[in-house]
Each structure stands twice: as C-alpha cells, then as structure tokens.
Design a protein around this ligand. Sequence first.
Ligand code: PMP
Length: 404
Amino acid sequence: MLDINKIRADFPILSQQIYCKPLIYFDNGATSQKPKVVIDAITKYYEQLNANIHRGVHKLSQDATDAYEISRGKVQNHINAKFPYEVIFTSGTTHSINAVANGFASILKTGDEVLVSALEHHSNIVPWQMLCEKTGAVLKVIPMNEAGELILSEYDNLLSNKTKIVTVNHISNALGTINPIEYMIKKAHEVGAAILIDGAQATPHLKPDVQALDCDFYVFSGHKICGPTGVGILYGKEEWLRKLPPYQGGGEMIATVSFEKTTYADLPHKFEAGTPNIEGGIVLGTAIDYMNEIGFDNIASYEQELLEYGTKKLLEIEGLKIYGTAKEKASVISFNIDDIHPYDIGTIIDKLGIAVRTGHHCAQPIMDFFCIPGTIRASFAFYNTKEEIDIFVEAVKKAKMMLT
Ligand code: PMP
C-alpha cells in the first residue's frame, strides 16, 4: 500500500496553486514531476561535483566520472542489462531512436523492410522514414484495431526475410495500450530481424528486464521517470552496438585521431560523443532509486486503480468517448465529448487548475485512424489521487456545459 500523502509531500510542485486552485497534474505522459531528492541532487551536483568527466586527472573530474559511471550501473541493474557498456547515455528517447536508425543506414539495402506499428509517437516514425529515404528500404506499418490494439495476425503476415528491423512502443502515449512485446520480439527474431522497443511510456509504470525480453534495443527518457530533462537511455545488445557505426563524431568517442584515419573508442563511449549531460546522467540514478523505493509493483497496481476509477467516472458523462480500450492498458485516458474540440475543454479546465494534454500527442496517424483532430489526454502517476479525479470529472462536466 502506498502512503499517497507522504509521496505527495516529496513533490514540491504539487502544493502549487494555479489560477488560485490547487494544481491537479494529469499530464504525466508528457513529463513527470520531480521529487525533492531529485531536485536536491541537481543542486548538489552543481554545488559539489561539477567538472567534465572521463578526461580529467584532477579529483573533482574523477569524482564526477565515478558518480556518472555509478549511475550507469544503476540503470544497468534497473533494466537488467548484461553489461554496463550496453547502457548508452543519450539526451532522451528521440536521440536514442535516431542513433539506432542512423546506424541501420549502414546495414539496409534497397528493398529491405522496416516495420513500425500504427501506434507510434512521431519520434518512432520519422527517423525510420528518413532511414528508408536514405537507403531505399520500405517502411511497412503494423495495423491496429478500433480498440487500439495491434493486429498480431497482420504483424505475422508482414514479417519476412526482408524485414531487417521492427520498432514498436512498449506502451502507447496516445492511447495507453500495453503492446505484446514479448510475442513481437520472438516473432521478429524468427525472421532474423532486430527489434527496438520504445519504452518512453512504459518505464514510468514498470521495470523492464531487457535480458528476459531479449529485445535488441530498449530506449527511454529520464524526464518521464522523475528525472531531469535532456537525459535518456539507449540500451543495445553488445553485438548490435559493436556492429552499428557511431551516430555522432567528436570528442570522447574516439580511440585515436589523425587526418588520415580515426579509430573509435570502445563501448559505451563510441556512442557518447562530446560532453554529455553529466548532471542529468548522475541524477537519473537518483530518480531510479526513488522510484524503486516506492516500488514498481506498488506503482502499477495503484495506477491501475486510478485508471479504473477514472474510466468509470468519465464514462458517466453523456457523449464522452474513450479512445483506446485495449485489454492491457496503462493509466492513460484519451477522450472526446461529442464533437467539442479537445482544445476547448483543455483550456477551460486549465483555468480550474487542471493540467491535461490536448491535441494529437505527437501521434497524428492514430488521430487520422479515428478521424479526429485530437483528444483530451489525462495520464495518471503514482502521486495522483481519486479525489483529484473527482475534481477533474466535475471540471470536464462544467466545460461540457459551457460548450454546448
Ligand atoms: N516515444 C513515446 C511513446 C513518447 O511518449 C515520447 C514522449 N512523449 C517519446 C517517444 C519522445 O520522448 P522524448 O521527447 O523524451 O525524446
């Protein structure tokens, strides 16, 4: 059982007033709030540890390097990667996906196929389109049904020996669908394809085990799991990280440089060109510790309660339609009411102190599938409460009344 009042006290921002109303933050899918331990760790880094890493002989640089590498180890343990050097620090999910897609340019040939799912965020579509344009490979889409679930028989049919990489999110940001990635990973491997899992929306709710999953790449962002912005993770199996060329050239990622030839540094540095987000990397470890202390089993079961409660309450509103009714779903509710524009509802409830997301959620193909301009998305975290949901539902009713 979570002590929600105690947890809420960890998050200074949650006691804020917005337009003289207590803040109700239901935009966790976009970014999570930060607990005091994380905020303090950021300050502590700049007050006590700030130095560039991996190259200084001086004490401060060595201490900062140690803290950075300890944090890499924490991420390794958290996702159960086999080796610390399979964990690459990036600036976020988008950067991680681009690094892999860019690397595949050296592998793909004309006529090869890349499979993306219909449920993807733009950051897991556009880099693959760019890759296909560059290489002459063909982008194919795994379709979904009205519930927002991927159609696995179609996935099976699309897979062939032409498929070189499959890319799919673990949890959809727009609809909350939890995808059957275990099955998809197994099937991709049966045809010899690699598979990348976009864990941006999954890592706030669960602890992925990359060895048990057997995925080739798993990517996520620090800012969605109570950590700072501008830091994220690219996990890759060693064999893939060795095979792919580096994404960016520069300092840190080299072994030797001459004007005739450059050789690259070993993993993980090969993929970490330039001065990284040192503070972000270190503090990501603090955020992961914090979430593990709360416990992902507790987080998942409490958020599931919020999801069920919120769904039931919202469906009492006449004309309200929820998009994304998959059997396996995370704490995301995407909805519209009749033909009211989502932005109008979002704007009214904002004035009541409630933060939700409105629009296409960087997933325009999903909106096109449902023939809608966007949705209102409430995404709950472990620090939200049923009382907040009650206030939110009343606010939505009020907005509906004002707009009809
Ligand atoms: N994939 C998914 C499923 C996401 O929800 C997001 C963030 N909304 C991203 C990728 C991109 O993450 P970032 O902006 O942190 O790079």
